[in-house]
Ligand binder design. Structure first.
Ligand code: ZN
Length: 259
């Protein structure tokens, strides 16, 4: 056995100590802005038995926020009670809070009573895939900002989401996939539409039509906390998948690094 001089041993152990990785600073939690649609005087769509979209959207939003928190994300809500927030302001709040993702939650309505399941949208800069839904969801926008300062702000808003369209599509695909599994629907893909609420978001942003409030069976399900918890789980799994696939590139871009 070769015996190393003690000075060498001391040097080796000093080197080993120097190379031991220091405990990393705790990384800040990824922040998700959850946006329950409508509120206050804007009730949104209504189910055949009278359930209001604004009520179901808030309850789902609260469930989603709680599930995201449990999964290690920081979840914020644009509204946590029956307050109306103008569509133009919702993305601005998300921007001001430095959110990493924006998820707007709504309930669908269709003339066909049998229409069911979830539809996930990301922003279209053109006409989009579903003009009826857009008309309903943009109705609560109120007048566009009028002052010169607001016009500049709204032009900037229009530019904000453009940079994130690809990531928004990825997020939409990840969330749609989980919601399809929940509803037992195989082939439903994501859609694009010019939703005002998504335009100003400077982060990947989607609008989820969670279920058809116009379908009596889905209206009934929406009243059930266990169903809302399943929706929250599906959306959270979609968010996790999205971050796993993008491998944190979103956050790096948010802080201005190349890439
Ligand atoms: Zn809505």
């Amino acid at each position: 056995m070769i015996r190393l001089p003690s000075i060498l041993l001391a040097t080796f152990s000093l080197l080993a100590w120097a190379q031991t990785p220091k405990p990393a600073a705790p990384s800040p939690r990824l922040k998700v802005m959850v946006d329950p649609g409508h509120g206050g005087d804007d009730g949104g769509a209504k189910g055949p038995k009278g359930l209001k979209e604004k009520t179901a959207a808030l309850e789902i939003g609260q469930a989603v926020a709680a599930r995201l928190e449990a999964a290690g994300f920081q979840a914020l809500l644009t509204r946590d009670d029956d307050t109306f927030i103008p569509l133009w302001d919702r993305a601005r709040v998300a921007n001001a809070q430095g959110a990493d993702l924006f998820i707007s939650l709504h309930l669908n309505a269709a003339r066909a009573k049998a229409a069911r399941g979830s539809e996930v949208f990301f922003l279209s800069l053109g006409k989009g895939d579903d003009e009826d839904v857009v008309a309903v969801e943009n109705a609560g926008a109120g007048a566009a900002p009028a002052s010169a300062e607001s016009v500049v702000a709204s032009i900037l808003d229009d530019l904000a989401q453009k940079a994130f369209l690809q990531d928004s599509e990825r997020l939409a695909v990840a969330v749609q996939g989980q919601l399809n599994r929940l509803a037992g629907i195989k082939e439903r893909g994501v859609k694009q539409a010019p939703f005002i609420v998504l335009r100003g978001a400077a982060m990947p942003a989607v609008l989820v039509e969670v279920a058809f409030i116009s379908n009596p069976k889905e209206e009934e399900k929406l009243k059930d906390a266990a169903f809302r918890a399943k929706v929250a789980e599906a959306i959270t799994q979609g968010v996790r998948r999205y971050f796993a696939e993008t491998n944190g590139s979103v956050r790096r871009r948010m802080v201005g690094a190349p890439g």
